[in-house]
Write a protein that binds this ligand. Sequence first.
Ligand code: G6P
Ligand code: ZN
Length: 544
Amino acid sequence: MSISNITTQPFNDQRPGTSGLRKRVRVFQQKHYLENFVQAMFDAIGDTQNQTLVIGGDGRFYNETAIQTIVKMAVVNGFKRLIIGQNGLLSTPAASCVIRKYQAFGGVILSASHNPAGQDGDFGIKFNIRNGGPAPESITEAIFQLSQKITSYRIFDCDDISLSEIGTQHLQDMQIDIIDPVADYAELMADIFDFPAIRALLCNGRFQMRFDAMHAITGPYAKEILEKRLGAEIGTVINGIPQADFAGGHPDPNLTYAPELVAELFAENGPDFGAASDGDGDRNMILGHGIFVTPSDSLAILAANAELIPAYQEGLKGIARSMPTSQAADRVAKALNIQMHETPTGWKFFGNLLDANMATLCGEESFGTGSNHIREKDGLWAVLFWLNILAVRQQSVSEIVRQHWQKYGRNYYTRHDYEEIPTDKANQLIDRLQKQLPQLAGQELNGYKVDYADNFSYHDPVDNSISENQGIRIGFTDGCRIIFRLSGTGTQGATLRVYIEAIEDNPDQLFEDTQTRLKDLIDLANGLAGIQSITGRAAPTVIT
Ligand code: G6P
Ligand code: ZN
């Protein structure tokens, strides 16, 4: 056994995106590709001597291979202790929980979230810092810069370690603890929520629920928490065994990619409550019998009911949402007289607000909700939050949502995605919109008067950093909005996202069909951006 210094050359495509470096598995399988990135990461994150590092991933193809490489590099880069989920597994929220609980220096999470997995699918790697949240741009940019100058990396030449046995082992002077990936997270959930009340609901002989783990990481978490600790019927969790290729699926919990769950909840005798999570466990979709709760509404409803939950009964410090997320939560913040923050897309922007105790709950339209309990969004946490509300209020999801709209008004909301459009066309479309912006304010378009039209820029109130060009937004005087941005997470071509929101306060018009209600604004958005003429697409790929 010896330390090797391997000569290498830079790869020019190692700039981490919104959630780390995500590429096709085959890209990661290139000689030195992963090692280069890991060395750049270890060099960028500061002094790694004598530090503790958490490692785990969503179990997708290449997870264990990558972990073995990272372990062999960690030992020669000075780490004193590694904490690794058994079989290399840790959901993203569980990794955040473990980093915080053991006061680790940070963690390496192996995941490409909801992107398809397997030999022909995607893989990803990201670094989370001491607070349990994704590394800020200063670090990810430093990783990229170092990856562009790399000439060698250091690795220990030894056999693979065992990832399957819980317990402690050593590699040279480094201690490696293989831990139960679920236990710490389950304990945290039991501290936050009223487990006895949820148990009583799940065991009352009437309440039916379904949780779709989509063949990905949340299976073991949901089985342990929902079925074992909370007494839900066995079989409540479906698709609960994580598979390296997610059974060929696309584990993104939304109306398009979880059609069986949606069909079940909309069937005549369907369950009372349904939920799904994504590949790495940080996203969630909430359904009631015959109703889909938009992520934006979900955030608003959780905030409005937070005092029913043991961990939040003292009240919320504030709420934060990403800019394209609907303004439904703003109405709740106003009623509660607490701060509301609007950030760019990307969970990392919530980190400072949570650390500074300026926000307690955060949410994004992209099926992400979370709180100050960790520094990632958290799928199962959102599911438990809803169950806790249902247990206390003893009403259906549909009643709770309808009453919420009656009290606060409704923000009709939809997102239209155009996936895999050629990058040059996407840029052309954004440029065209950008050029129109200065003339738009004050204009009347199809009966809607433009209040402001700009490219969103965020001033972080904690570290005073400024993030520009975070999405084109056109706001109307009645509060309606049209927003355009290009996805930061796609791996093939560009994805255009169009977000449409209309405000409704008339009690007689709260229960219309969303697409019908928003049609005027959708047409207006298509016209302004020239979607069909520029991309040739007559309809979106995905509507949520
Ligand atoms: C990831 C991030 C989220 C973000 C989402 C949407 O899931 O963790 O914070 O909202 O991507 O990103 P996109 O750029 O594809 O709209
Ligand atoms: Zn995810």
